[in-house]
Design a binder for this molecule. Structure first.
Ligand SMILES: O=C(O)CCC(=O)C(=O)O
Ligand SMILES: [Fe+2]
Length: 319
């Protein structure tokens, strides 16, 4: 796959402290104390030993990031060697997996006279600006896909975490979904839509992705803190199974402080996807029963990233 671009901020920024629900930047201990000691204190991190514990977690996370590429490649190789899929067919994208309404939208977008206004007339808009909803998969595919994910989860194969905020979930590239599934889904089906809807923020030149599934269940993660994605455009598809609550909520773009933001909830409907800008801040509310699996595709445009990194907002330095 095309390289998923990494800015040097990956090794210092956006480190999530789960106990305090806080994203921090760490360059040195002095800088960190100066920037965060007071706010951490107000969040209950009062003793020196609690502070040391935070520093330990930060160092572990930076180390995890430094070894990430190698470890991920090792996991992918081991999975290939020891894991036998339950449903081999779900690894190869076929048009029959996709909802006919989605195929119609794609067809419209690839016609020569397609316009953004024309597409907006065909697509469901949400109460939140520039968040769009459309059916993506057919039900049968969602069922088989979740069965495959559960089968993998229960296997002895090694598992990486999708990101610092999710303790559960599966990295789809490690499982072997990239070339045969996610790349064609992005290039052939999603790109025509994003090119019309988000041409001002990289949607017409998306050229890499990171795809994973997140899972929320009663004795596991229940929700997801407010954040922005490492992406220009994100697709979030609800796969099932049965769950209650667990709505997504959107605030403003990341440049706007939370105190000036009013969040709006958006429901997940199984088989349907929500498309949004990666820099549009959002989070997931707790589920109140059941298990909720979502496919998340963070899509990136190297052309945009070469100007500004979506994570630190500075000129990207490749690493
Ligand atoms: O669980 C969800 O619906 C949101 C997931 C998400 O925003 C992410 O993983 O970036
Ligand atoms: Fe997200």
């Amino acid at each position: 796959m095309e390289r998923f671009y990494t800015c040097s901020c990956f090794f210092s920024d956006n480190i999530f402290l789960e106990e305090y629900k806080l994203h921090v930047r760490f360059v040195s201990e002095n800088q960190f104390r100066k920037d965060y000691q007071n706010i951490l204190r107000s969040l209950g991190c009062v003793s020196e030993s609690q502070f040391r514990d935070v520093l330990g977690k930060i160092h572990a996370e930076i180390e995890r990031r430094q070894h990430y590429a190698l470890k991920s490649a090792e996991r992918a190789a081991t999975i290939k060697e020891i894991y036998t899929p339950l449903h081999q067919h779900v690894y190869y994208l076929q048009e029959s997996f996709l909802d006919p309404e989605f195929l119609q939208l794609v067809k419209y977008c690839t016609s020569t006279d397609a316009t953004m206004e024309g597409l907006m007339n065909l697509i469901q808009t949400e109460a939140v600006p520039r968040v769009f909803r459309f059916p993506v998969f057919r039900k049968e595919f969602c069922k088989d896909f979740i069965e495959e994910l559960e089968h993998f989860e229960q296997s002895d194969a090694p598992k990486g975490r999708p990101n610092t905020m999710n303790n559960y979930g599966i990295l789809l590239n490690e499982l072997g979904f990239d070339e045969s599934f996610i790349t064609p889904l992005r290039e052939v089906y999603l790109h025509p839509l994003t090119a019309l809807l988000y041409s001002d923020c990289g949607g017409s030149c998306l050229d890499s992705h990171k795809a994973f599934v997140v899972k929320y269940a009663m004795r596991e993660d229940l929700d997801l803190s407010y954040h922005y994605d490492n992406a220009e455009v994100t697709l979030n598809v609800s796969l099932g199974k049965d769950f209650t609550e667990g709505n997504l909520f959107f605030g403003d773009m990341r440049q706007v402080p939370l105190s000036e933001t009013e969040c709006v909830e958006v429901k997940h409907h199984v088989t349907e996807g929500l498309l949004h800008r990666g820099q549009h801040m959002h989070g997931a509310l707790p589920i109140s029963s059941g298990t909720r699996w979502n496919l998340i595709i963070w899509m990136r445009a190297s052309r945009e990233m070469n100007k500004l990194c979506p994570m630190c907002g500075l000129i990207s330095v490749s690493s």
